[in-house]
Design a binder for this molecule. Structure first.
Ligand SMILES: [Zn+2]
Ligand SMILES: [Zn+2]
Length: 248
C-alpha cells in the first residue's frame, strides 16, 4: 500500500514531448533537431499562456533601450553575482555581454493558432525559455479549448488523488507506519513524531510513526515539513529507535 504523494506534477501536454528553443545568439548553440527538440521559427505552434496553442508569427531581438525594467534589474544582479564569483576565483565562464546574454528578452509575436487572421500580440520572453511545440494536427479540449490535459482535468485528478490519499490514510491501523500502513515490529527502526498526530488526529498524541527506511522516507519528509510548520521545532522527533537486539 503506497500513498500517492505529489501525484500531480508539473504540467506537460499529452500529445507532444517536443521542446522548442528560440533562435538567437547563446540559445542552445549546438541544438540538434530530434523528436524531442527543435528550433522555433515563424509558423511553429507552441503552447503559451494558459495551455493555449499559439502560432509564432515573428521573433525579434529587443533593442537594449527597450528592455523592461525587471530585465534591467536582473542583469544588474546577475553581473554583480558574476563579478563576485569571478573575484572569488570560481570558474563561471566568460563574462556575459548585455546584448547576447542568454536571459535577455526577445520579442515573440503570437496569435491563437486557430485564428490565422487575428492580429499578432507581442510578448517579451527570456531568450533561453523553452516552449512545448505542438504538431500541426494538435488537439484541444472541446469544452475549454485548452491543450490537454486541461485545467479542469488536472484539478479533478488532484482532488481524486487527495481523496485516495485520505482514504488510504484513514484505513491505517493504530501503531502502523503512516506511509506504507504496515506494522512496525520491535526489530524495525522507526521515526516517531511527538505532539498531535497531524495526519490522523483520531489516533491521539505522539502516535505519528513511520518506518525509518528508504521506501517510507518521502512521507517522513513531508510529515516533518508540516510538523515543523506547526511550530514543533522545540520538540525533536525520536530518531530511529535503537535495535531491540533480537538477533534471531
Ligand atoms: Zn477542458
Ligand atoms: Zn512504512
Amino acid at each position: 500500500m503506497r500513498i500517492p504523494f505529489g501525484v500531480v506534477n508539473e504540467w506537460r501536454p499529452e500529445q507532444t514531448r517536443k521542446t522548442g528553443h528560440l533562435p538567437g545568439e547563446n540559445v542552445m548553440p549546438h541544438l540538434r533537431e530530434t523528436d524531442y527538440s527543435t528550433r522555433i521559427r515563424p509558423g511553429t505552434i507552441i503552447v503559451f499562456g494558459r495551455r493555449r496553442a499559439h502560432e509564432v508569427v515573428e521573433i525579434k531581438e529587443r533593442p537594449l533601450d527597450l528592455r523592461p525594467q525587471h530585465f534591467e534589474d536582473e542583469w544588474t544582479r546577475y553581473t554583480e553575482w558574476w563579478t563576485e564569483q569571478f573575484m572569488a576565483g570560481r570558474d563561471v565562464g566568460p563574462q556575459p555581454e548585455k546584448a547576447t546574454w542568454k536571459h535577455r528578452p526577445l520579442v515573440i509575436a503570437l496569435r491563437p493558432a486557430d485564428q490565422p487572421n487575428a492580429k499578432p500580440q507581442h510578448y517579451a520572453v527570456r531568450a533561453d525559455r523553452p516552449f512545448y511545440v505542438l504538431p500541426e494536427h494538435y488537439s484541444v479540449c472541446r469544452l475549454c479549448n485548452e491543450v490537454p490535459p486541461c485545467t479542469h482535468v488536472t484539478t479533478e485528478a488532484r482532488v481524486e488523488a487527495e481523496m485516495a490519499k485520505t482514504e488510504t490514510l484513514m484505513s491505517i491501523p493504530a501503531g502502523c507506519c503512516l506511509s506504507c500502513g504496515e506494522p512496525i515490529t520491535s526489530r524495525m527502526k522507526a521515526v516517531r513524531f511527538p505532539g498531535p498526530n497531524l495526519w490522523r488526529p483520531d489516533l491521539g498524541d505522539h502516535s505519528a510513526v513511520f518506518h525509518a527506511r528508504q521506501d517510507c522516507a518521502d512521507s517522513v519528509r513531508s510529515y516533518r515539513r508540516q510538523w515543523e510548520q506547526k511550530g514543533h521545532e522545540e520538540l525533536q522527533p525520536a530518531l530511529p529507535t535503537e535495535d531491540e537486539g533480537d538477533n534471531t
